[in-house]
Design a protein. Sequence first.
Length: 127
Amino acid sequence: MAVGAFWRIVLLGTLLTGMAQAETFLLMAEEEGCSWCARWNAEIGPIYPKTAEGQNAPLRRFDLRKGQPDYIALKSAVRFTPTFILVKETEEIARIEGYPGEELFWWQLSVMLKRSGPQEQQKGNDQ
């Protein structure tokens, strides 16, 4: 087998593996004037993308006052801010309503990720 053909097979395998994995993300509902949202943004926001959780479920946001995203099948309407919704592809898997403080947030999020399947744990546990 030629060296060029070998690398094409490796590249194709890598692309197919990436396509087979479901996209998982954490959707944050927030609104202007939400003091708990501001607290989360101050305490967790800067470090979230650097954590294993943030790598496995990157953060997306939406303003509750502008309406809920129509591309996600939510289990129920979002009524409180902040609300953190774990989404796989376009379906809600679990949610955290409110911000319970740093320790409880990380614990609840880790439980949600573990229950959602093994994919979320594959990128590492550096926390």
